[in-house]
Design a protein around this ligand. Structure first.
Ligand SMILES: Cc1cc2nc3c(=O)[nH]c(=O)nc-3n(C[C@H](O)[C@H](O)[C@H](O)COP(=O)(O)OP(=O)(O)OC[C@H]3O[C@@H](n4cnc5c(N)ncnc54)[C@H](O)[C@@H]3O)c2cc1C
Length: 421
């Protein structure tokens, strides 16, 4: 289809949280737009699937972090989507369930507080060191503190900026959309003009308007809002003519996506008498370990959450290797008879998915400011959004959402200026 002469105000590339937010803003302003989405579904890295028994599974985002401030909470309420307000377990509880004694937990809490104080102090310095520099050499808790970095960033402490924490905002209150975060985004995308199965491969911004090629469709828009992850742009899945400015290309490269994956197993009965909806850690001595959640929201499932190298390895090895890994970690924590062989129900593979190429973005040391460069418009007609553009709420749905709204507001202001000229 050739829509070369079409007169659309905005083409929005990607129907994840950022793209949906942008499109809602543009439609509400009475402008025309189309969301061009490579996949056959909306939601991007928020993806809800169902187990054979109907249990809700979020293979990507699940938690509404910083719930008191999270704009997705009122949005969920506006569409009647129920929210579980049960918070994630705190670390002392997780460690108790993982087999530590009260004195060991107190020792860990002290070490963690000291580590976080060092990180916060280092985040204020002009020199940006890897977060690993804040670990206390020789501490027995370093593997666990490092594992937390792998879950939070998808990368390892030696690769992650400390300065990034200067901007990060997190209240510690985490809620969940009961029907799934992906499902919520699909609800919020309802009624928007979306072309599915339309991977954008070419953006020609050499003229006054922008020519966009998506699958067998070509269209011309006054502005484009790009929300694809930086990893997808770094892989040159989209060709730009003319090329993007060098500073933008550098920002794309310096905000890579870490690797995070989730694997769900069928768990009809709890482990070791533990209550539903509780967390434990697979290993306290190895940073390549899983964070587990037993029967989330009472559903007959066990979730294993992985980051960095072990997530990468098990994604390439497949579901049987994931089950072996989880089984051996669980036996080490709870004993050999703790759990029957685990049957995988669903697993993510975000690294090898060509439309994500990873879990969520992290800033390399010295590169925390690049989020501003990534978010900056180019040539007054290319606007950028997505979680990687958010300095305070990166790696989250609400961060992506707010950048989408911001990019749409900037693009709309540009359109209005143009119409006044
Ligand atoms: C395992 C995991 C767990 C997570 N847990 C949480 C959590 O609990 N809470 C939380 O808030 N966040 C969580 N996140 C992060 C959250 O999912 C993301 O930050 C957020 O969904 C990103 O939204 P986005 O719009 O920036 O990008 P995406 O959701 O990636 O949207 C981009 C869209 O662009 C599309 N696209 C890509 N290339 C093209 C192309 N060439 N043409 C057209 N379309 C294209 C993609 O298909 C996608 O739909 C998690 C992520 C992962 C991977």
């Amino acid at each position: 289809m050739d829509m070369a002469e079409s007169d659309i105000d905005m083409a929005i590339v990607g129907a994840g949280a950022a793209g949906i937010a942008a499109a809602r803003r543009v439609v509400a302003a009475g402008k025309s737009c189309i969301l061009l989405e490579a996949r056959k579904r909306a939601g991007g890295r928020a993806w809800t699937v169902h187990a054979p028994d109907g249990s809700v599974i979020d293979l990507g985002a699940a938690w509404m972090h910083s719930a008191e401030q999270n704009p997705m909470v009122p949005l969920a309420r506006s569409v009647g989507s129920p929210i579980s307000t049960r918070n994630q377990d705190d670390w002392p509880k997780r460690l108790r369930l993982s087999g530590l004694s009260p004195s060991e937990i107190a020792d860990f809490s002290q070490a963690q507080d000291a580590y976080l104080a060092r990180v916060d102090a280092a985040a204020q310095l002009s020199e940006d060191r890897p977060i690993a520099a804040c670990l206390d050499t020789g501490s027995r808790w370093n593997p666990l503190l490092s594992a937390m970095t792998t879950w939070n960033t998808g990368s390892s402490p030696d690769k992650v900026s400390t300065t990034a924490r200067r901007y990060r905002s997190y209240t510690g209150t985490n809620w969940r959309p009961e029907h799934g975060y992906g499902h919520l985004l699909e609800q919020l995308a309802g009624g928007l003009p979306i072309a599915f199965g339309a991977p954008v491969t070419m953006i020609d911004w050499s003229g006054q308007s922008v020519r966009v090629t998506a699958g067998d469709m070509t269209l011309r828009a006054s502005c484009v809002i790009l929300t694809v992850p930086p990893s997808v742009l770094a892989a040159e899945a989209v060709t730009f003519f003319p090329k993007l400015p060098a500073a933008k290309v550098t920002a794309i490269e310096e905000l890579p996506l870490g690797v995070n994956n989730k694997i769900y197993f069928h768990l009809p009965e709890t482990i070791d008498g533990l209550p539903d909806d509780t967390h434990f850690v697979g290993s306290l001595t190895n940073s390549a370990t899983g964070s587990y959640q037993i029967r989330p929201m009472g559903r007959p499932l066990l979730e294993m959450f992985l980051g960095d190298a072990i997530a990468r390895t098990l994604e390439s090895e497949g579901a049987a290797a994931m089950a072996d890994f989880a089984g051996s970690e669980i036996r080490q924590v709870f004993g050999s008879g703790a759990v029957k062989p685990l049957a995988p129900v669903a697993a993510s593979g975000w690294l090898n998915d060509p439309y994500s190429r990873g879990g969520y973005s992290y800033a390399m040391p010295g590169r925390a400011e690049q989020r501003d460069v990534l978010a900056a418009p180019v040539g007054e007609r290319l606007f950028f959004a997505g979680e990687a553009c958010s300095k305070n709420w990166h790696s989250t749905v609400h961060g992506a959402w707010t950048t989408g709204e911001k990019a749409a507001a900037a693009a709309l202001a540009h359109l209005d200026e143009g119409s006044l000229r």
